[in-house]
Every structure is written in structure tokens, then in C-alpha cells.
Design a protein around this ligand. Structure first.
Ligand code: F6P
Length: 363
């Protein structure tokens, strides 16, 4: 096998705290220890399609460990298999994978490090099938990537959501209100589960457990009857009512994953207020959860993942996804994660623990 001399690195999908820590770990180990060139591909797969990339040097990857976002830019609306191109004034969806392969060859890139979530890993798996060596590094605040017990970015998002839930306790208690805080997570309830438990939320609503509004309202009203004059409800943006429907905030037809969830918190707050008579407010945390500097645990995990990705490449491994199993950083075939999501099991020990200390899951 030919020795790797130049790697390409990209961050793809939604941004997430810890991306720069991975870039730094990969690039510093590649340049310093293995004397490899590192090409930074801009804006994820969009940069590969448009041949936008630059050689990174030590200066470019210094002082970025604590930075939120990504120095390379990212994009969560581009798949090389479905790229909108303008033809005679009309937009046509084209497969531009060949163009990406040309750019990889033209820039003499021997292997790609793709830092992304499930959508990005599906694109990377596609390139693996076309003969490109890709190593995947799992990122997402949602913690829903199949094959790994944890993704970096999640700890930061859960910490931010916990702080928000802690802070609304003050107003809830002073004004004797119910407060509904909507957190992100798409179809997985990991952020809601962790932040809900960490903040001692009274009700935690997850996409994995259908919500019965009668149960939620009775729980809040019952607390009030027993002298608990406020309630905190932590709801995941993907939570569903019993009919299975989710609340959609927007649909972006140009995105491979077009549905953006959001708004269930406002709906639930309205229902609680009108059914119980208890004054209720809602807060949607949104992108605050993805912003700013990563917590220490995410900086450590991102560094471990980045270093592992580079070690795999230099050891001659091909097409692997770096993962955490238990407390060990290891790897699985990249295709294994393709298109799969890791949801919260309804019998998860954390759910059992919370139920047994009196938390309602609205079911
Ligand atoms: O996957 C990360 C995430 O923040 C989800 O939790 C959320 O549903 C989605 O991205 C929001 O996407 P966008 O940034 O495109 O609005």
C-alpha cells in the first residue's frame, strides 16, 4: 500500500463544540509526528464539490482548542449525490460525486478525515465504496450517532441546557409558574434526558416516549395541589404526542435532511396553562446549545478522537469510524454507522432512575 503523504480534513453537518479541538489534534499529530501535509477542506462536502481547500500550517491550528464552531466552516445542506445546479435558469439536482473524486485526485489527497454526524458519515461511506480512504470522527450535540456510546459536543450542549433549566427555577419558584424549556436533539432525547435529570426537572419529555398531555397536566396540577407551586418541564424538540406527530419548525427542501423540528415547547406550555389554569412560560434554547467554547470533557474527547483518527490512517487502516465503547476509544467499519440513529432505549437505566425518584415522562 502506498504511504499516505497528504490528508484532507473537513467538518460537515451542523457545527458543534469541539470541532476545532479535533482539527487541532489531527493536524498537529499529522504535521509534527508524521510529517504529512494537511489540506483543510472548507464548508464540508460543499468545499470538496467546489474545490475550495487550503494547506494548513502550525499557525492555522494553534490556539483553537477552546474555540467554538469550526475554523474550516461547515454545511449541513450538501450531499454530493444531490447537488443543486443551475441549468438554463432552472435548478436541477445532479450527482456530482465524480467532480469530488477529481478534486481529491487533483489535490493529491490520499485519505480524508470526515468529522461529522450521521448524514456526513453516509456521504463518507459513499466515497469509501468508490475507493476513497475515509476515517470518520463522530460529532453531534444530539449524541445520536450509531456505533459510539458518545459524541463530542454532547457534554457541552447538555451542560448549557442544564444551566438554562437551573436558571428558570428562580422565576418559576418566585412567580409560581410552570416553565417549559425546549432543547435540541432531533429524534433522540439524549440532551433532554441528561439536562432534565441534571437539573431535577419535574417532567422530561423525549421523542422515544409518546406524550400524553392529560398525564403531564395532571402531574403539574397535582404538584400544585400538594404545595409545590412551580414545575419545570424539559422537552426535547422531537417529542411526539400520542398520535405520533412532531412539531416542525421549517422544511428546507434543499437539504438532504429537510425537516427542522421546533415549537413543541410552546404548544405544551399553552396546553398546560389552558388546562390547569397555572401560568406557564416557554423557552426554546435553540442554537445557544451549540455555541461557544466546549466543556473540558468535550475538549478531551475531541482530542482523543482526532489523535485516534490519525493513528488509524498512519497504521494503514482504511475506512473506519472512531468510536467510544465504554471508556475505550476504538473503531468500527465506517459503513456500519451509515444512515442509522442511536435513540434513547425506553428502558435506559437513567429513565428508570428518574422515574423512581418521581420524575414524570408524560406517559
Ligand atoms: O443536529 C444538530 C442540531 O442542532 C439538531 O439538534 C437540530 O435539530 C438541528 O441541528 C438544527 O439544524 P439547523 O442548524 O440547520 O437549524
Amino acid at each position: 500500500m502506498a504511504k499516505i503523504q497528504r490528508i484532507g480534513i473537513m467538518t460537515a453537518g451542523g457545527d458543534c463544540p469541539g470541532l476545532n479541538a479535533v482539527i487541532r489534534a489531527v493536524a498537529k499529530a499529522a504535521m509534527g509526528k508524521h510529517h504529512l501535509d494537511v489540506m483543510g477542506i472548507e464548508d464540508g462536502f460543499l468545499g470538496l464539490i467546489q474545490n475550495r481547500m487550503r494547506l494548513l500550517n502550525n499557525e492555522a491550528v494553534s490556539n483553537i482548542l477552546t474555540l467554538g464552531g469550526t475554523i474550516l466552516g461547515t454545511n449541513n445542506r450538501t450531499s454530493p449525490r444531490q447537488y443543486p445546479v443551475k441549468v438554463d435558469g432552472a435548478v436541477e439536482i445532479r450527482d456530482v460525486t465524480d467532480r469530488c473524486l477529481e478534486h481529491i485526485a487533483h489535490n493529491q489527497i490520499d485519505a480524508l478525515v470526515v468529522i461529522g454526524g450521521d448524514g456526513s458519515m453516509a456521504c463518507a461511506a459513499d466515497f469509501v465504496r468508490l475507493g476513497v480512504n475515509c476515517i470518520g470522527v463522530p460529532k453531534t450535540i444530539d449524541n445520536d450517532l450509531y456505533g459510539t456510546d458518545v459524541t463530542f459536543g454532547f457534554a457541552t450542549a447538555a451542560a448549557i441546557a442544564t444551566e438554562a433549566l437551573d436558571r428558570v427555577h428562580t422565576t418559576a419558584a418566585s412567580h409560581h409558574r410552570a416553565m417549559v424549556v425546549e432543547v435540541m436533539g432531533r429524534n433522540a432525547g439524549w440532551i433532554a434526558l441528561h439536562a432534565g435529570i441534571a437539573s431535577g426537572s419535574d417532567v422530561i419529555l423525549l421523542p422515544e416516549i409518546p406524550v400524553d398531555l392529560d398525564v403531564v397536566c395532571e402531574y403539574v396540577a397535582n404538584r400544585s395541589r400538594h404545595g409545590k407551586r412551580f414545575s419545570i418541564i424539559c422537552v426535547s424538540e422531537g417529542a411526539r404526542l400520542k398520535d405520533g406527530k412532531q412539531v416542525v419548525n421549517r422544511v428546507d427542501p434543499t437539504s438532504p435532511d429537510p425537516v427542522r423540528l421546533g415549537g413543541i415547547g410552546q404548544f405544551i406550555a399553552g396546553e398546560i396553562e389552558s388546562r390547569t389554569g397555572i401560568e406557564t412560560r416557554d423557552i426554546k434554547l435553540g442554537h445557544v446549545q451549540r455555541g461557544g467554547t466546549p466543556v473540558a470533557a468535550d475538549r478531551v474527547l475531541a482530542t482523543e478522537f482526532g489523535y485516534k483518527a490519525l493513528e488509524l490512517l498512519t497504521a494503514g487502516e482504511r475506512s473506519r469510524l472512531v468510536v467510544m465503547k465504554g471508556r475505550t476509544v476504538t473503531h468500527i467499519p465506517l459503513e456500519e454507522a451509515d444512515g442509522k440513529q442511536r435513540l434513547v432505549p425506553v428502558e435506559h437505566p437513567l429513565i428508570m432512575a428518574a422515574r423512581n425518584i418521581g420524575t414524570s415522562f408524560g406517559d
